[in-house]
Design a protein around this ligand. Structure first.
Ligand SMILES: O=C(O)CCC(=O)C(=O)O
Ligand SMILES: [Fe+2]
Length: 181
């Protein structure tokens, strides 16, 4: 993949997220794979309207196993499920769901990145029981819910590092085509 600079509106955000994650990594508080790359070089922007989701998938070996997703707009729920191959080596692995609050940042790294798939079910609303079952529910800022909360439009920005990318060569000049005018 050829690497181009991120647009200005994304570059500041990307640097801010990278340095926010780097500090706890340098202190050994979280896995340190972030130290292996100095900047995110890939950002994917997804828009989900109510009723839209993303099927269970893994992001794969093309990217460094440390991705950060910023959520704007609506809440959502992401389900993480152990891959069959991972269950063969560790049958104790259990799936879990995260309640993704508006303006939250989710970091997926190492074991979850490699051994789990992630998916968003294509729903228009979430019953409160689905939210309370989420692994991170007790840490969430939103506490007061109606029995069901509607999903609105959600935009996610996923910051990644493509492992083998090359900077575009600088253009030194243009060659004039030869031949008759
Ligand atoms: O929108 C999200 O939160 C997840 C997006 C995702 O999994 C992907 O683009 O690979
Ligand atoms: Fe993904």
């Amino acid at each position: 993949m050829m690497q181009e600079p991120l647009p200005a509106w994304l570059s500041g955000l990307s640097k801010a997220i990278h340095s926010t994650l780097l500090a706890p990594a340098q202190e050994g508080l979280v896995e340190s794979s972030l130290q292996l790359f100095s900047e995110f070089n890939h950002v994917l922007v997804n828009e989900y309207l109510p009723g839209q989701g993303i099927f269970a998938h893994e992001d794969g070996p093309f990217y460094h196993p440390m991705v950060a997703t910023l959520s704007l707009g609506s809440h959502t729920i992401i389900n993480y499920r152990p891959k069959h191959s991972a269950l063969e080596t560790d049958p104790s692995l259990k799936g879990f769901s995260l309640f993704i609050e508006p303006r939250s940042l989710v970091v997926m790294s190492e074991k979850v990145y490699r051994d789990f798939t992630h998916e968003i079910e294509p729903k228009t609303a979430d019953r409160v029981s689905c939210l309370t079952e989420c692994e991170n529910f007790s840490q969430c800022a939103i506490k007061d819910f109606p029995s069901e909360i509607q999903r609105g439009a959600r935009i996610s920005l996923t910051f990644r590092h493509v492992k083998n990318s090359h900077k575009l060569p600088r253009i030194l000049g243009f060659v004039k085509p030869m031949g008759n005018k």
